[in-house]
Design a protein around this ligand. Structure first.
Ligand SMILES: [Zn+2]
Length: 333
């Protein structure tokens, strides 16, 4: 057992950390939970070993009733309980749970400091708007749970990982129920990439090749912001590369973000010779409006300079909060 895990467990046993445990490990049910979510309060789901060791795996910090925004951090956790299976690249996916597209590549690399970035962003959004967004965090390291994959590859059969995966998505679903009361909303999935040159990638479920085709409108139905286009609030092109696209608003805050007005093609060989682009994964497909509903989703992949430095991260979070708030005011008022 690592020292960190040991400390976590001891703290949990002694004090409960002030958290309210909302589930018992290996089962997850929030049937009546909606009634008792209080804005600003933290709810957690713990994993548990056969001899009673605990660790906080998933955390939901409830947003204010008027908020239309949900922030998630699926890959920012660093907890590695030794009683959980360590994921391997050799695992054979069952193939029965690929409902939300082909997002089945294996990785056990964490998106370092994105959990901290997500919390900083939530706080800055509260300062700017007066409303706390909903926040859902996976505290487990990606080698224990990949909370941005279908269940089979995400958990690789580990009972605790399966329960934590269910808890992660149930908390998002519960947040979406609250947001939906306000008419519409947005899920932002916060990630980190290591592409060079460094840039922030905005994932709308359109592929890099889609941006070469020129006609984005035909592709709106496969995007994670489909509901915004369908409602007549914006064209697909406007949402991807227009004046008030999220990428463009981030550029105005000093980020190199793509797609955007300045960088309309995320695989442009001149701007980005590696031509790598993360266009959105399982969560963006499942929790956005590609398949159903009025709540859209965007994956934000921040480069290392934005997230790694403990001193500068909060300033970046301020700039991201301004861009996100401008986007929300434009499309979710
Ligand atoms: Zn990630």
């Amino acid at each position: 057992m690592s020292l960190r895990t040991r400390i976590y467990i001891v703290i949990l046993l002694l004090s409960g950390l002030g958290y309210q445990a909302s589930g018992i490990a290996k089962t997850f049910s929030l049937q009546d939970s909606l009634r008792r979510y209080q804005p600003g309060k933290s709810y957690t789901f713990q994993v548990e070993s056969a001899i009673g060791e605990h660790a906080i795996a998933i955390e939901y910090i409830a947003g204010d009733a008027g908020s239309k925004l949900i922030l998630t951090s699926p890959h920012g956790g660093d907890l590695k309980p030794e009683f959980m299976h360590t994921r391997t690249k050799d695992f054979v996916v069952s193939g029965s749970d690929l409902d939300y597209g082909d997002t089945e590549s294996f990785s056990a690399m964490a998106d370092s400091k994105t959990l901290e970035l997500t919390l900083a962003l939530a706080e800055e959004i509260r300062k700017v708007t007066g409303l706390r967004p909903h926040v859902v965090l996976n505290h487990l390291h990606r080698s224990k749970l990949d909370a941005n994959r279908a269940m089979s590859l995400a958990a690789q059969g580990d009972e605790n990982a399966i329960a934590a995966w269910k808890a992660f998505h149930q908390y998002i679903e519960d947040a979406k129920v609250q947001v939906a009361k306000n008419g519409s909303g947005l899920v932002l999935n916060i990630h980190g990439n290591a592409h060079r040159p460094q840039r922030t990638e905005v994932g709308l479920l359109l592929s890099g090749k889609d941006f070469l085709s020129g006609d984005l409108e035909k592709l709106a139905d496969q995007s994670s912001v489909r509901a915004l286009v369908r409602s007549g609030k914006a064209s697909m092109k406007e949402l991807a590369t227009g004046d008030t696209a999220l990428g463009t608003l981030l550029n105005e805050g000093g980020f190199t973000a793509t797609p955007s007005k300045a960088y309309p093609n995320p695989i442009d060989a001149n701007d980005f010779p590696d031509r790598r682009y993360f266009n959105g994964g399982y969560n963006t497909a499942r929790h956005g409006s590609r398949f159903s509903g009025n709540i859209s989703a965007i994956q934000l992949e921040f480069n290392q300079d934005v997230r790694m430095n403990d001193r500068s991260r909060n300033n970046y979070a301020k700039s991201i909060a301004r861009a996100v708030t401008a986007f929300m005011n434009r499309y979710f008022k």
